[in-house]
Write a protein that binds this ligand. Structure first.
Ligand code: NAP
Ligand code: G3H
Length: 483
């Protein structure tokens, strides 16, 4: 299936339906975070090649928008089937390339196939709108506005390393069903998996040039790419730092930004502590904490803090630490720099008097699940996004204090409230400055058709299948004036 995308471990890029090498001959070597061994090389495109790709994407978009929507949907269904048929090689690559545990790698592929199917069907169900003039003072029924939705044009999809399949497809599929062409710029670490996804769409029959890929060094082509006039929409997922930078330089181009988070789990005295502990531990440590929606701090009422910590320790002790290929749950972080960052947060917390409950063990880029109690607000771990397996517990003495600390974060992705009191849950939910509040569950994006958004430094715009399609289309208004 993937024989066209590489030769002798040199991966090509998808251009106009063909897998080709960069003319400049520059390559980037990708090493596995699991063992530091080389996996393959990817193309490092030049600025000139970026322009060539964008010109091709623009030319292809016009014809694609003319393909009947049900035909576009058929191609997406075919892509979903091909993706599922290739679950094994793709999930193996996820394990090797981004060190994702086996179960999560497989579920990412399955979930993405369902995402693509649902997107195809949602596209077919999109409806236009009619407005009649006589609902506004001074106008009558002879004026009718027909509102239809049109593709924005060329969508630049920039995806992060932590979900190379899902967070690339969650941009590509809604953009394609709406009649856009897509240029995918995947994270460098994760690019091989994302290129495999491109081949899935290519094999499914996405026409030449409608999906192109660009790989290369962000330091060389990143700013150039996001500032090209040929781009009509930027759909970005990644860190707040890079997202804000792109938003600043890109100019007047519409965009969606899915950025970082510091999701709080607020635990009230009446919560079911055992269930809460299970949910928080899976929320904090799945994918080794490398999820935008990971639980990144616990705000627990003093009177149940000891019990919660005891239950969380029990849960944490069942997490297998090691390599994805060994069936481990906690696996090496994406690189040494990421592990150094987490270690710095741990060291800062220890130096400032946090109580280490478990963890603070490191082997290279593999960090054991680490839990801190008595975290105070002067510690970096109380505010910064670790993107790794470290969880701070901050004890609070009132609901207001919990809300106040939760809202002091610069981030606003999700929060959880654990309680059996539905009134408290709703009162707290109303006051939390986040895109989504989960009641009695960990923060999470799925199911993928729910709206998904971050506020403050966590993002811009709304994703979720229907919302993503709407975001990457624009209304076209035709006014009928009956004479
Ligand atoms: P990142 O370093 O910000 O990179 C994200 C993407 O941006 C990569 O493809 C990267 O390419 C590219 N990039 C970097 N500089 C660029 C530039 N100047 N112009 C254009 N593209 C540029 O993020 P990451 O480390 O991959 O992902 C982790 C972060 O993503 C975390 O903060 C996490 O919270 C966030 N995230 C958020 C969500 C959400 O839905 N809110 C979901 C997942 C992840 P290179 O790899 O080549 O540098
Ligand atoms: O990293 C961010 C992903 O969008 C998280 O998705 O919450 O469903 O794991 P998830």
């Amino acid at each position: 299936m993937f024989e066209n995308i590489m030769k002798e471990n040199v991966y090509k890029f998808l251009y106009d339906g063909q897998w080709i090498n960069s003319k400049n001959g520059n390559l980037i070597e990708i090493f596995s975070p699991c063992n530091n061994l080389p996996i393959g090389k990817i193309q490092a495109l030049s600025k000139d090649e970026v322009d060539t790709v964008l010109t091709n994407s623009r030319a292809a978009q016009k014809a694609w928008a003319e393909v009947p929507l049900y035909e576009r949907a058929k191609i997406l269904h075919e892509a979903a089937n091909i993706l599922e048929e290739n679950l094994e090689p793709i999930s193996n690559m996820l394990q090797l390339e981004v060190s994702k545990d086996k179960a999560s790698s497989e579920s990412e592929v399955k979930r993405t196939a369902e995402f693509i199917r649902y997107t195809a069907d949602a596209g077919k169900n999109l409806e236009g709108k009619t407005l009649v003039g006589d609902t506004f003072p001074g106008f009558n029924k002879n004026k009718i506005s027909l509102i239809t939705r049109h593709p924005v044009g060329v969508v630049l999809a920039i995806s992060p390393f932590n979900y190379p399949i899902n967070l690339a497809a969650s941009k590509i599929a809604p953009a394609l069903i709406a009649g856009n062409s897509v240029v995918l710029k995947p994270a460098t670490q994760g690019a091989i998996s994302s290129l495999m996804l491109c081949e899935v769409f290519n094999k499914a029959g996405v026409p030449k040039g409608v999906l192109n890929s660009i790989t290369g060094k962000s330091s060389e082509i990143g700013d150039y790419l996001v500032t090209r006039d040929a781009i009509d929409f930027i759909n970005f997922t990644g860190s707040t730092e890079v997202g804000k930078h792109i938003a600043l330089i890109a100019g007047m181009v519409p965009m969606i930004m899915e950025l970082g988070g510091k999701d709080a789990a607020i635990v009230l005295s009446d919560a079911n502590i055992e269930n809460t502990a299970k949910s928080i531990v899976s929320g904090a440590f799945s994918n080794s904490g490398q999820r935008c929606t990971a639980v990144k701090r616990v705000l627990v009422m003093n009177d149940v803090a000891d019990k919660l910590i005891e239950s969380m320790v029990k849960e944490i002790s069942t997490l297998k630490v090691g390599l994805p290929q060994e069936g481990a749950y906690i696996t090496p972080l994406i690189d040494d720099k990421a592990a150094d960052y987490v270690q710095d947060l741990i060291n800062d917390a220890l130096a400032k008097g946090a109580k280490l409950i478990t963890g603070n063990k490191r082997v290279g880029n593999l960090i054991y699940p680490t839990l801190f109690d008595n975290v105070s607000l002067d510690m970096r771990v109380a505010w910064e996004e670790p993107f790794g397996p470290v969880l701070p517990v901050i004890r609070v003495s009132s609901i207001d204090e919990a809300i106040d600390i939760a809202n002091k974060s610069k981030y606003g992705l999700q929060s959880s409230v654990f309680t059996n009191n539905i009134n408290h849950a709703f009162i707290i939910s109303e006051k939390l400055e986040v895109g989504t509040v989960q009641i009695n569950n960990k923060p999470e994006r799925s199911p993928d058709h729910f709206p998904f958004l971050g506020i403050k430094s966590s993002g811009l715009g709304t994703q979720g299948i229907k919302y993503s399609i709407e975001a990457m289309t624009r209304p076209k208004v035709t006014v009928l004036n009956i004479q």
